[in-house]
Design a protein around this ligand. Structure first.
Ligand code: NAD
Length: 503
C-alpha cells in the first residue's frame, strides 16, 4: 500500500479529474437546475470540488431516460448470462481502478484509506460479482395445476427503480442496490447522499464502459429535498430502494402513498444491543469486538453496537478494560494507512454527536473516556472515541441512534432483564450476545427482535445471507443474497389453457 505522502500526492492529482455533473442517458450532462453544491472533505473541512445539485428537472430527465431504456428493452431482454457478464466486467473495472476509487471515497467521507480499499471497494466488487454470477441461476416456477392448464409463475423486473443511498458506505451500499436491480433487468436512477456523490458518478461511467446500455443506470446528485423527494414522488418510478435514516424512510412511505403507490424498501437506523453475559467465553475477544462495533467508521454504522449490556458481576472489570479498547481507535489522518479512525462526515454530524455527549452528561451518565473534539487544527470533524458508564436505557444516549463513536454501558442482573432492556428500543436491526451457555445462546437469540443476531461475534456478514432490520430498522425486503432480487422483481402468474376441462 502507498504511504501517506503518496496518497496525498495522488489526491492532489486526482482532484482535477473528479466527475461532478449528472450522469443521464449514458453521458455526463450539466444540471438542468444550473446549481452546484460544495463537496467537502471532512478531514479538512474544505471544499474538494463543486458538484451538480440536481432538482426535479434533472430527476425528470433521468427517469425519462431510464423509462425509455426500459421500454427499448435492450437490457431487460438481454440473455441473463450476458447481463451477468456486464456486471462481472464492471466488477473488474472497479478493481482495476481500485486506488482511484478508494481514494475518492476517503476524500469524500473521511474514512481511512485502509478501509475504503479493503472493505468498501472489495465489498463493492464482491457484490457485483456475486450478483453477476447469479444472473443465469434464477429459475421461474410452474404451478402444480390440473393437466388442462399450465400456470407459469415468472419474475419480471419492476421497471424503473429509484435508489437513494446514505454516506457511510457509499460504494458498498450502491452495489448492494444496483447489482440485484440491474441483474434482473431494471433501469436505475440513483440519488447518492449529498455528502458522498463522487464514487457513484464514477461507477456509473464505468458501468457504461462495462456494457450497461445508455439510460439503464443514471445518477443525479443533490440533496434530499430537491432531488430525493421528486424521485420518490415520481409517478413513473416503480420502486424505491433506500438506505438511510428512519425519519427519511417514513417520509418515503408517505411519498409512495401520495403518488403511484410504488414499492418502497427501507434499510434504516439501529440501536444495537451488545450483551455480555458473565460466562462470555473470551472477554478479551468480546471487548475487541466492542471497540470495532462502536468505533469503526467513527461509529457511523447502522449496526453500531452502541448499547453495551454487561452482567453486573463483570461490569466494573469491563468498564476498566474498555479504556484501552477506546485508545486503540483514536482518530488520525484518513490518508495515513496507519489510521484506524477518521473524522465524522460533516459539521452537522459533529454537532449532533457533540450534543449527545452533552446530553449524556446532563442526564446523569458517567463519562469515562473521551467526550471531546480531536485534531481541531486540521479543520476536520474529528471527535474522540467516547464511553459512558452508568447508563440507563431511558437516557437519550441509549434510545437514539447517535451515529458517532459513543458507547453506553448498561448493567443488568439476569437474562430476563438483559432481554427486556435489549428489546426496549424502537429499532430492530441487529443484536449480539456473548455466552458459553448453548441453551441460553438459542433462547436469547430467538427472543431478540432483530433482523440479525450475532452469538460470540460481531458483524459477521457475507453476500450469501440477507441483511435488514425489524421494526423501525427496515421494511419491504432485504439487501444481499438471493432474497434481494425480490425487491426488484414482480411475480407474474400466467394461465395457459392447453386442453378441455375446468372452467
Ligand atoms: P439520511 O436519511 O439523512 O439520508 C439518506 C439519503 O436520503 C440521502 O441520499 C439523502 O439525501 C436522502 N434524503 C434525505 N431527505 C430526503 C427526502 N425528504 N426525500 C428523499 N430522499 C431524502 O441518512 P444518512 O444520514 O445519509 O445516513 C445515516 C442513516 O442511514 C442512519 O440512520 C443509518 O442507520 C442508516 N443506515 C442504515 C443501513 C441499513 O442497512 N439499515 C446502512 C447504512 C446506514
Amino acid at each position: 500500500m502507498k504511504t501517506r505522502e503518496e496518497w496525498a500526492a495522488a489526491a492532489a492529482e486526482q482532484t482535477k479529474s473528479f466527475k461532478t455533473r449528472c450522469y443521464i442517458g449514458g453521458a455526463f450532462v450539466e444540471p438542468r437546475s444550473e446549481k452546484t453544491f460544495d463537496c467537502i472533505n471532512p478531514a479538512t473541512g474544505r471544499a474538494l470540488v463543486q458538484v451538480a445539485a440536481g432538482d426535479v428537472r434533472d430527476i425528470d430527465a433521468a427517469v425519462s431516460s431510464a423509462r425509455a431504456a426500459f421500454e427499448r428493452g435492450l437490457w431487460r431482454n438481454m440473455p441473463p448470462r450476458r447481463r451477468g457478464q456486464v456486471l462481472l466486467r464492471l466488477a473488474d473495472l472497479i478493481e482495476h481502478h481500485r486506488d482511484e476509487l478508494a481514494l475518492l471515497e476517503t476524500l469524500d467521507i473521511g474514512k481511512p484509506i485502509r478501509y475504503t480499499d479493503r472493505v468498501d471497494l472489495e465489498q463493492c466488487v464482491y457484490t457485483l460479482r456475486w450478483f453477476g454470477e447469479l444472473a443465469d441461476k434464477l429459475y421461474d416456477e410452474m404451478a402444480p395445476t390440473p393437466p388442462h392448464v399450465v400456470g407459469l409463475i415468472t419474475r419480471e423486473p419492476v421497471g424503473v427503480v429509484g435508489v437513494i443511498t446514505p454516506w457511510n458506505f457509499p460504494m458498498m451500499i450502491t452495489a448492494w442496490k444496483i447489482a440485484p436491480a440491474l441483474v434482473t433487468g431494471n433501469s436505475v436512477v440513483l440519488k447518492p447522499a449529498e455528502q458522498s456523490p463522487l464514487s457513484a458518478l464514477r461507477i456509473a461511467e464505468l458501468a457504461r464502459e462495462a456494457g450497461v446500455p445508455p439510460g439503464v443506470f443514471n445518477v443525479v446528485p443533490g440533496d434530499g429535498e430537491s432531488a430525493g423527494k421528486p424521485l420518490a414522488l415520481h409517478d413513473d418510478v416503480d420502486a424505491i430502494a433506500f438506505t438511510g435514516s428512519t425519519a427519511v424512510g417514513k417520509k418515503l412511505l408517505t411519498y409512495a402513498g401520495e403518488s403511484n403507490m410504488k414499492r418502497v424498501s427501507l434499510e434504516t437506523g439501529g440501536k444495537t444491543p451488545n450483551i455480555i453475559f458473565a460466562d462470555a467465553p473470551d472477554l478479551g475477544f468480546a471487548l475487541r469486538a466492542v471497540g470495532f462495533s462502536t468505533f469503526w467508521n467513527t461509529g457511523q454504522m447502522c449496526v453500531a453496537g452502541s448499547r453495551l449490556l454487561v452482567e453486573r458481576s463483570r461490569h466494573d472489570e469491563v468498564v476498566e478494560r474498555l479504556a484501552a479498547v477506546a485508545a486503540d481507535w483514536l482518530p488520525g489522518d484518513p490518508l495515513d494507512p496507519a489510521s484506524k479512525a477518521g473524522p465524522l462526515v460533516d459539521s452537522e454530524q459533529l454537532a449532533t454527536v457533540t450534543r449527545y455527549i452533552e446530553l449524556g452528561k446532563s442526564e446523569g451518565a458517567a463519562l469515562v473516556y473521551g467526550g471531546a473534539r480531536a485534531l481541531e487544527q486540521s479543520g476536520g470533524y474529528f471527535v474522540q472515541p467516547t464511553i459512558f458508564s452508568g447508563v440507563q436505557n431511558e437516557m437519550s444516549i441509549a434510545r437514539d441512534e447517535i451515529f458517532g463513536p459513543v458507547l453506553s454501558v448498561i448493567p443488568f442482573d439476569d437474562e430476563a432483564e438483559a432481554l427486556r432492556i435489549a428489546n426496549d428500543t424502537r429499532y430492530g436491526l441487529s443484536a449480539a450476545l456473548w455466552t458459553s451457555n448453548l441453551a441460553r445462546a438459542h433462547r436469547v437469540s430467538a427472543a431478540l427482535r432483530a433482523g440479525t443476531v450475532w452469538v460470540n461475534n460481531f458483524d459477521q456478514a457475507d453476500m450469501t445471507a440477507p441483511f435488514g432490520g425489524f421494526k423501525a430498522s427496515g421494511n419491504g425486503g432485504k439487501d444481499k443474497s438471493k432474497w434481494a432480487v425480490d425487491k426488484y422483481t414482480n411475480l407474474k402468474t400466467t394461465w395457459i389453457n392447453i386442453g378441455k376441462g375446468g372452467r
